[in-house]
Design a protein around this ligand. Sequence first.
Ligand code: HEC
Length: 150
Amino acid sequence: MQKKILFLVAVLSVMALLLAACGGGAKEPAATQAPASGGESAAAPAGAGNADAGKKIFEQTVVGSNPGCVTCHSLEPDTVLVGPSLAGIATRAATREDGMSAEDYIRQSILEPDAYVVDGFTAGTMIGGWDKALTEQQLNDVIAYLMTLK
Ligand code: HEC
């Protein structure tokens, strides 16, 4: 009798293992489907940039754990704080790199500050980590704001 129970327990645990294995296998296609639908909803919140919201973010002295843009960038022409003045950046950005739109250049300047280093400044001076300090939406907002600085 006891042997029968042990046998049952053994069979049940093997089945449990098999189920777990199958369950794991079955989860994978589900997981690959998730980003497809999640992709839509991930793209949705990061909509077109809002320049007014971007101005507020630009003016914050602290953004996440980073010092804010305004602590290094003046909007007065030719005024250098730590970084170059961003007066007229929308116009200048369009001329910085061949074939790169002003918007793309500004995005790159924020996400990869060292990809293009402005003359007279040193690589590594603009702090990085903006992909973490800003949400995708906030990044779009800041870019939309800088695009108004013609
Ligand atoms: C710690 C100081 C510092 C902070 C904070 C900072 N920057 Fe900068 N930034 C710099 C420096 C220095 C440069 C010039 C060197 C370079 O090109 O990387 C620069 C360059 C730029 C440029 C390119 C300007 C040009 O004329 O081509 C843009 C655009 C820019 N920063 C935007 C921002 C924005 C937006 C923020 C906030 C989200 C920010 N920066 C925060 C220091 C800073």
